[in-house]
Design a protein around this ligand. Structure first.
Ligand SMILES: [Zn+2]
Length: 530
């Protein structure tokens, strides 16, 4: 009689491929799915009765920012409880390595709590960072990208400069080191300092290195507002010229003048896919985004890094100039945001402002909105984050329902109860099923699961995850289709979703009957070339 470490019996398997559901048992040996089928004659160390429940591959979050927070909360509760078994970090141009004397101080400034927790940053190179991540006991698998902003700051600092040929070669070497160590690709954050100072040519040169290793070029594009389509063309051009696969991160049309453009962006992507290029995107199922408060300021204010930005903001003539520019071009790179659309998510020094809009805070302080922003940034050392209500549901539906769009939360591992983070940190994956499958009916369940499993796995080259198949790693989520729902809201975000019954990571049960078991079977995943 066959014997398994774990058998999941009687579930309805949605296998991640997009195929229709079927009834089957799943037998796990060690960290691997050994059999899928009728296992009624078998015995097992542990049996999960999945009668009436859906059994799917664990969700893969292709766009995540837990690069350092996973060191602070290695149980990754807010992700594991959503059924997420793998996160991809290093997005938006920002990874915690490579560090050199040019960017280490700024890194320590921005990662105050990591420094407090670890005492010293135990890595400099990307390879050393991966080794630290490998050693860390964690509940979730982690795959990494190397951030272009970090690579650029390691060589050039945070100024608006072009690299010399020698400096560009140094950057290429750093990207190559990261790829060799096991990064899955390179990310840019073209609205952030210093990634934004790169021209298209610079990124193509670096993406060529990524292409040699079969990696992905993931991009937070230069403009997600009225110039969205130009940005999509730039992203695809980088892929076409370098040979790297392109992942457009958190596809959206932000700010009222840009609304309606997501379907146009998708039409451009489809066109290139039809011509044989590997281009796709990801999105999260919400009409608000979230970023650092400083990202709203014009780029000339942010040039040189956070310390220089704070210095400038102390100059009243700078405040005047920002106010004039916002009046002319709107807040945040022509997005024409209103200050009422921008809400503080996390402030170290102003807990009383968390959940309040800049408009309301400005009124309360008796200051102009820009002066209020400057005050909060000064007090927080630039580390304030915001939620921005800037999208329309029609565009979100376009993105979420499109077959080339995977689901990425754009969130990070959180300390329970801290701040008012975007609800996507707790609800993204269950919400795709609750709202876009069950409520709005713009997606089938197998298709929704495919977007959260095999689609991102295939994009990254995670060849042994993202499907329920013999030989694949046993990353599995078991949920109740009828009750699965996100419960996190903008006003009350620290709430785990409903309906997630079991989460299995590398064969170990991390969520058992809806409760985190505390087990830490997560692995660092390194890109392997075949
Ligand atoms: Zn981003």
């Amino acid at each position: 009689m066959p014997h398994y470490d774990l058998v999941i019996r009687n579930g309805i398997v949605v296998d991640g491929s997009g195929a229709p559901p079927f009834r089957a048992d799943i037998g796990v040996v060690g960290d691997t799915i050994a059999r899928v089928g009728d296992l009624s004659g078998s015995t097992a160390e542990k049996v999960i009765d999945a009668s009436g429940l859906v059994v799917a591959p664990g969700f893969i979050d292709i766009h995540n920012h837990s690069d350092t927070s996973v060191f602070l909360v290695p149980t990754a509760d807010n992700y594991v409880m959503q059924g997420v078994t793998t996160i991809v970090v290093g997005n938006c141009g920002d990874s915690p390595a490579p560090l050199t004397e040019r960017n280490i101080d700024a890194f320590k400034d921005s990662e105050k709590r990591l420094v407090e927790a670890l005492g010293e940053i135990p890595w400099r190179t990307f390879s050393e960072y991966l080794n630290a991540l490998d050693k860390l006991e964690k509940s979730i698998n982690v795959a990494t990208l190397v951030g272009h902003g970090t690579v650029r700051s390691a060589v050039l600092g945070f100024e608006n400069v072009k690299p010399s040929a020698r400096e560009l070669n140094e950057m290429k070497t750093l990207v190559e080191e990261a790829m060799k160590a096991g990064a899955f690709g390179l990310s840019t954050g073209l609205i952030y300092v210093p990634s934004m100072f790169a021209d298209t040519r610079e990124i193509i040169e670096l993406a060529k290195v990524v292409a040699r290793y079969g990696g992905v070029y993931a991009t937070h594009m230069r403009n997600e507002g009225v110039k969205l389509l130009d940005s999509v063309i730039e992203a695809i051009t980088i892929g076409v010229e370098s040979g790297a696969a392109v992942e457009i991160s958190h596809l959206k049309a932000s700010g009222i003048p840009a609304w309606g453009n997501v379907s146009r962006a998708l039409a451009i992507i489809e066109d290139y896919v039809a011509r044989g290029y590997d281009v796709s995107a990801d999105a999260y199922p919400y009409t608000a985004s979230s970023t650092s408060l400083s990202a709203l300021l014009p780029s000339w204010v942010r040039e040189g890094g956070v310390r220089k930005m704070l210095e400038r903001l102390r100059d009243p003539s700078v405040i005047d100039r920002i106010e004039r520019e916002f009046e002319e071009h709107g807040v945040m790179e022509e997005r024409y945001l209103l200050w009422s659309q921008v809400v503080i998510a996390y402030s170290e020094t102003h807990k009383e402002f968390e959940g309040m809009s800049i408009a309301d805070i400005a009124e309360k302080l008796g200051l102009s909105p820009v002066k209020a922003v400057a005050r909060i940034l000064e007090d927080d050392g630039g580390r304030t984050t915001v939620v921005i209500h800037s999208m329309t549901e029609e565009d979100v539906i376009e993105a979420i329902s499109h077959p080339l769009v995977a689901i990425g939360s754009d969130g990070s591992v959180k300390r329970f109860g801290e701040g008012k983070p975007h609800p996507r940190n707790y609800g993204t994956f269950p919400r795709v099923i609750a709202r876009y499958v069950k409520e709005l009916k713009v997606l089938s369940l197998p298709e929704a699961v495919r977007k959260m499993t095999s689609l991102p796995a295939r994009k990254l080259g995670l060849w042994d995850r993202g499907l329920i198949r013999p030989g694949f790693k046993a990353d599995i989520v078991v949920f109740n289709y009828y009750t699965i729902a996100d419960t996190a809201t903008y006003t009350n975000p620290h709430q785990f979703p409903k309906g997630i019954r079991y989460v299995i990571v590398n064969g170990s049960v991390v969520v058992d009957s809806g409760m985190h078991t505390g087990l830490k079977p997560g692995k660092l995943l390194r890109k392997v070339m075949y």
